[in-house]
Structures are given as structure tokens and as C-alpha cells.
Design a protein around this ligand. Structure first.
Ligand code: NAD
Length: 343
């Protein structure tokens, strides 16, 4: 007898997967908690027309695990989780379906705190919140993610002989969405030289008008000659094909899962490219959400978000001292914190 799902949960250290079904509203959803050692699991509600349930499960497991690492590395009292609703948000999303998902989340007794993600909005979270508490529906975290990335870039500049001053530093922002646009604004305010691209040319043009950035074609981003490549679109930016093409000296951005495979961390180091681990450098939004849950004000939240730079510096220093890749050093940091708390 085989137990494929249990084997997978055990090997990845997952706590549990809740399978939500509601015939009345058509709900098919999954809620995953990966690790709640440090606190309740905070994670997105992603609604997407997955081709099958394996694809939905893969996405939810991968993202839940990433949230554990992000919260642990950022020193937060939160665990990692994720939820997905299988369906097309444009045609299948109804208040009834969202409420049904909220009731499934409520079954976890507050151990999973949902926040909006691809395919859901803050308004949807408020509907989910009529059935479960707490939910994160208190504002867009993207500007804080961007602020953390800015401080992470500064930390990388310091680690490579600079003083953290962004004046004249050439940064290629890949993706002009919520995080990318906010990052471009912050960089421009620091007199960095910003290149920007988006598969939606209107978005890149709008950011360029506002910030004075130079627009490049999305296909040119990876090969752009720049000091910093800041991936702020999708994951998998560094893979076997793109690795030899890179002409940046630092990679630090908002996107999750920037490396197609963890092995690419060593390949980047061999090429002399400093990689700031994505889950460290893009943690500003999560820090902000924790602050919101604690009921603190924006000033205090901003101070803590700027601390992302110190954490990136600590990871880079640990990597340098012990001859590790920054990814390994960041994983060490997160895993040590989880071990310290585990009884
Ligand atoms: P978004 O959807 O607002 O923006 C993404 C942008 O990237 C869009 O404008 C899209 O058109 C563009 N894009 C897609 N593929 C592209 C490509 N190949 N080249 C150039 N542009 C492309 O999303 P977001 O909220 O800005 O998040 C961006 C990334 O950061 C995602 O990977 C997300 O998971 C990650 N992230 C976001 C937050 C946050 O606070 N929003 C926090 C942590 C991580």
C-alpha cells in the first residue's frame, strides 16, 4: 500500500492539508499549513483555474513552505501556510464561494490567517472574514515589500564594496506591477538609474513617465547590463538558459522563487553574481502584515521593514564568513530559528 500524499507531507515537514468541498457554491479548495512553530500560518488565498488538482496542490505546498522560511528568516512570530481555490476568478468567484472557503479556513481555529493573492482582492478577504477571523484585509503590502527590497539592495551594495548610496547605480526592474512600480519610485527618489520593463507595455510606460526610468523590452531584462537585476514579476528568472546571459553583478528583487532550482545559487556565486535570497529580501510586506495584525502604526511598521536590509547584511556576512552561498546561509538562519523554538 502506498501513501504518496503522506510521504510528501512528511518529507517536506508539512503539518496539514485541508481539502475544502462545497457542492452548493462549487468550491474546491485547499488550505495548507506548513509549519506553525513560530505562530499562526499567514498565507495567500490564490484563485486560479489550475489544470488539475495536482497542480493546485503543488502550488499550495510550495508557497506554504516559502512562507515558513520567509517568516522565520525575518524574525516574525508567524508560521507558513497557503490556500488555493480552483476556479477562474473572472467567472467562478461569488460571495457564496468565498464565504464557503472562509468556513473551511475557520475550521483551523485561527491557525491560518488569509491574505489576498493572485485572483483575490482585499474586498474578497473581507467577505471571507465574515466567516473566519483573523484575516489580513488592512491594506496593500506591496509598497512595504518594495521598501524592504530597496534596503536589501543597499545591503548588497555594501557587501560588494559600496557604501549603500544608490546614486547612479543602474537597476533593472523586471515587472512594473505593484511591487516593481513602487520599487522604481523609491529608486528614482534615490537618484538611481532605473531600467524598467513589463509584458504590459502600458505599465512600463506609466512607471517611466512618473520616474524618468528607461523602458526596455521584457526579453532584454535578463541580459541588461546593470549593477542590480531586480526581478519583480514571476519566479524562475534564473535557469540554465538565462544563467550565462546575465550581465548584472547583484540580483535582489521582490519576486518569489527567483531561482528555477536551488543549485543555481552556487552557479551564480561561481559567476561572481551576488544573489540576495528572495525570501529574505522580499519579506517587507510580511513584516508589515504582522505589524497590522499586532495593531501597530505605520511609522513603527516602516522602521521594522527597513530592518530587512540588516537581515540581508547578516545573511551575506554569514555566507562570506563560512564560505556558503547566500541561499544556504539564509536557509541556515531560518532553520536555526525554527529549531530554537521547537520543543
Ligand atoms: P503584480 O501582478 O502587481 O505585478 C507583476 C507584473 O509583472 C505585472 O505588471 C506583469 O504584467 C509583469 N510581468 C509578468 N511577466 C513578466 C515578464 N516576463 N517580464 C516583465 N514583466 C512581467 O504582482 P506584484 O504584487 O507586484 O508581485 C510581483 C512579484 O513579487 C510576484 O512574484 C509576487 O509573488 C512577489 N511578491 C509580492 C509581494 C507583495 O507584497 N505584493 C510580496 C512578496 C513577494
Amino acid at each position: 500500500m502506498t501513501f504518496a500524499l503522506f510521504d510528501r507531507l512528511r518529507s517536506g515537514g508539512f503539518e496539514h492539508v485541508l481539502v475544502g468541498n462545497d457542492a452548493g457554491t462549487g468550491l474546491r479548495s485547499l488550505v495548507v499549513t506548513h509549519d506553525t512553530t513560530l505562530g499562526p500560518a499567514l498565507g495567500g488565498v490564490r484563485m486560479h483555474p489550475y489544470p488539475d488538482e495536482d497542480a493546485a496542490l503543488d502550488d499550495a505546498l510550495r508557497l506554504a513552505q516559502a512562507m515558513t522560511l520567509k517568516a522565520a528568516a525575518a524574525g516574525l512570530a508567524l508560521g507558513g501556510g497557503w490556500s488555493v481555490i480552483i476556479g477562474d476568478p473572472a467567472t467562478d468567484k461569488t460571495p457564496g464561494l468565498l464565504r464557503a472557503h472562509g468556513r473551511r479556513i475557520a475550521a483551523l481555529g485561527g491557525r491560518f490567517i488569509p491574505v489576498n493573492d493572485v485572483g483575490t482582492t482585499q474586498a474578497d478577504l473581507r467577505i471571507i472574514g465574515t466567516e473566519t477571523s483573523p484575516v489580513c484585509d488592512t491594506g496593500d503590502p506591496s509598497p512595504m515589500t518594495a521598501l524592504g527590497v530597496l534596503e536589501g539592495i543597499r545591503a548588497c551594495l555594501r557587501a560588494t564594496g559600496g557604501d549603500g548610496d544608490l546614486r547612479g547605480v543602474r537597476v533593472c526592474v523586471q515587472g512594473a506591477g505593484n511591487v516593481g512600480a513602487a520599487l522604481a519610485r523609491l529608486l528614482a527618489a534615490e537618484s538611481a538609474r532605473v531600467l524598467v520593463c513589463d509584458v504590459d507595455p502600458g505599465r512600463a510606460a506609466a512607471v517611466a513617465r512618473e520616474t524618468g526610468a528607461e523602458v526596455i523590452h521584457p526579453s532584454e531584462a535578463v541580459e541588461a547590463e546593470c549593477d542590480v537585476l531586480a526581478p519583480c514579476a514571476l519566479g524562475g528568472v534564473v535557469d540554465d538558459r538565462t544563467l550565462p546571459l546575465l550581465r548584472c553583478r547583484i540580483i535582489a528583487g521582490g519576486a518569489n522563487n527567483v531561482l528555477d532550482d536551488p543549485g543555481h545559487a552556487a552557479a551564480l556565486a561561481d559567476r561572481g553574481i551576488l544573489y540576495a535570497p528572495d525570501f529574505c529580501v522580499n519579506a517587507g510586506g510580511l513584516v508589515y502584515l504582522e505589524e497590522q495584525l499586532l495593531g501597530h502604526d505605520r511609522v513603527r511598521a516602516e522602521q521594522r521593514v527597513r530592518g530587512v536590509g540588516d537581515r540581508v547584511s547578516a545573511v551575506l556576512e554569514h555566507a562570506r564568513r563560512d564560505g556558503l552561498t547566500p541561499l544556504r546561509a539564509a536557509l541556515d538562519l531560518a532553520e536555526a530559528r525554527l529549531r530554537r523554538v521547537t520543543p
